[in-house]
Design a protein around this ligand. Structure first.
Ligand code: CO
Length: 201
């Protein structure tokens, strides 16, 4: 059973939580607890009606993300990608993106249309997939998360400015929650992240 602490650890965090800017290091071991973390990530993602979730969105500095394009727990295919690397970008396509860490925000983002993904699954098997369409898009968005990059960073400056008001609103909410003691200070967050890294990276 997850401990109360683990459970709280896996809440989805919102911009501008500093863990969203953390560059995750590769995972070097997979154990029973990591399997449990992945199950909880799927469950958080479904609760939030999302199709992808990166580990640092539940403030774990681990290089993995989960995807289910249907957003439904009993439908579609569940993907777990560990230590993903994107190669062979081809073409270019603009699509609207959103993010569970930037609630209510949407923007047009230009990215390669096709990519090759190299990663590992939870069984430690190497995965090599040539992707296009929605899965290629989600994989690029989630891999960006693992490098501390959020979708507005990829937008045209002019389009991004239209999100400024909402971004400032999220910043205010974050500061309020922190003043109420719901979010640790930066040193506390950094300590928590480095504890996880010591165990898995
Ligand atoms: Co996102």
């Amino acid at each position: 059973m997850p401990t109360e602490k683990t459970d709280k650890t896996l809440e989805i965090i919102h911009y501008p939580h500093p863990a969203l800017r953390h560059k995750s290091k590769p995972i070097r071991r997979v154990d029973a607890e990591l399997h449990q973390i992945v199950r909880q990530m799927f469950s958080r993602m479904y609760d939030a009606r999302g199709i992808g979730l990166a580990a640092n969105q539940v403030h774990l500095p681990l290089r993995l993300f989960v995807v289910n394009l249907t957003a439904e727990p009993d439908e579609g295919e569940e993907h777990v990608f560990i230590n993903p690397v994107i190669t062979l970008p081809r073409g270019s396509e603009e699509m609207e993106e959103g993010c569970l860490s930037l609630p209510e925000l949407y923007g047009q983002v230009r990215r390669p249309k096709q990519i090759r993904l190299l990663a590992y699954n939870l069984r430690g098997q190497e995965v090599r997939l040539d992707l296009e369409g929605m899965l290629a898009r989600v994989v690029q968005h989630e891999t960006d998360h693992l490098d501390g990059v959020l979708f507005p960073d990829r937008m045209d400056v002019a389009a991004r400015e239209e999100l400024d008001y909402e971004l400032r609103d999220l910043e205010r909410t974050f500061q309020q929650r922190r003043q109420q003691g719901e979010i640790p200070d930066n040193a506390g967050i950094a300590r928590e992240l480095s504890d996880w890294e010591a165990r898995y990276c």
